[in-house]
Design a protein around this ligand. Sequence first.
Ligand SMILES: Cc1cc2nc3c(=O)[nH]c(=O)nc-3n(C[C@H](O)[C@H](O)[C@H](O)COP(=O)(O)OP(=O)(O)OC[C@H]3O[C@@H](n4cnc5c(N)ncnc54)[C@H](O)[C@@H]3O)c2cc1C
Length: 388
Amino acid sequence: MSLDSETLARFIVALRRFVDERLIPAEAEVAETDEIPASVVTGMRDLGLFGLTAPEAFGGLGLTMEEEVLAIFELGRAAPAFRSMFATNIGIGMQGIAIDGTPEQKEKYLPRLASGELIGSFALTEPDVGSDAAAVRTTARREGDTYVINGTKRFITNAPHAGLFTVMARTDPAQKGAAGVSAFAVERGTPGLSTGKPERKMGQQGAHVCDVIFEDCRVPASALIGGVEGQGFKTAMKVLDKGRLHIAAACVGLSERIIDDMLDYAVGRRQFGKPLADFQLLQAMFADSKADAYAARCMVLDAARKRDAGQDVGLEASCAKMFASEAVGRIADRNVQVHGGNGYIREYRAEQLFRDARLFRIYEGTTQIQQIIIARALAAEARSRAGL
Ligand SMILES: Cc1cc2nc3c(=O)[nH]c(=O)nc-3n(C[C@H](O)[C@H](O)[C@H](O)COP(=O)(O)OP(=O)(O)OC[C@H]3O[C@@H](n4cnc5c(N)ncnc54)[C@H](O)[C@@H]3O)c2cc1C
């Protein structure tokens, strides 16, 4: 652990207080206006949330994976749009450079990402390239000391605010798969880079996604992350392994918050002369929800600890992401049911959290993609046992 246990405990308490006193009370306003108030963003910066995982040498807190998931269990209790604001900086929008960047790239970008002065986005998905991420069509053609990037990236979180994009582009058109893909750090303001109109989404209002368009966008060769061509897909997968544990932790936090909401409502509301909490058919929902959330928490912590111990946790990260995101979907759905008609009404948070939770099963690899990763890893183990 990079923090001693007392400092970590104090930090977790501070995060819980920030969530309870600043984030949850602002949820309705954010859902209505689709904007996170500037004062809340300043509060996030002051707490160091944009630099939770950046190495200490670059101004971050350098949290281990276990510490990160413990922090996200707390922060995940608030509506997910808040987490999205700083999450690309500590996750997918920064990790490519932190894991595989050259010393110059780290020096140039990590301190400003860690402070939140610069927002980072991760641009892999394209209009025709989603789950089959290795099929990237955006191209980066080498010309002298530069690369010329052409293509469109779709649904890029925080792109409307980002100052820096980690962009996966094909440097070798002869290689159709992963081997032809490289990663680039591209700054906003580079001629030829533009962003589209923010999408109108089902949920998570306050978090913004849009297209990122590259039209003969010329970047210096020094923008190639790690300085080596053909490593971009590997970089993206390393980023996503870590990102999936982070997302799973966010699902745990939201699950636990929703269970609290569910029970608060059920002990207060009476029907047939009794609190809802006394009805056994609803008690089954509470119990199933708690077991779901507890199992997800244990899975995330176990995988995080294994990652910190240096183990490859690709399979565990997929298990955790799949289970925790499906679990929060079930829990958010049960919460609407426990709220009855009120569960369908905007004034109560149940319907918003139900819509917010839906995204977790889709981004950073859908449930089906996690199933494929898990099943392939199991088959590889079986072949190896059989000597095949
Ligand atoms: C709000 C939001 C934010 C996002 N943020 C980012 C971001 O910051 N950066 C980024 O790069 N991307 C981002 N994405 C993109 C996201 O990661 C993709 O939408 C996701 O990976 C799925 O890709 P797709 O939408 O193209 O769906 P598709 O790949 O077209 O999949 C459609 C359906 O088919 C299933 N499917 C696909 N292939 C298979 C298969 N082989 N076997 C079985 N089923 C399969 C999928 O599971 C899914 O159910 C974001 C998306 C959203 C909605």
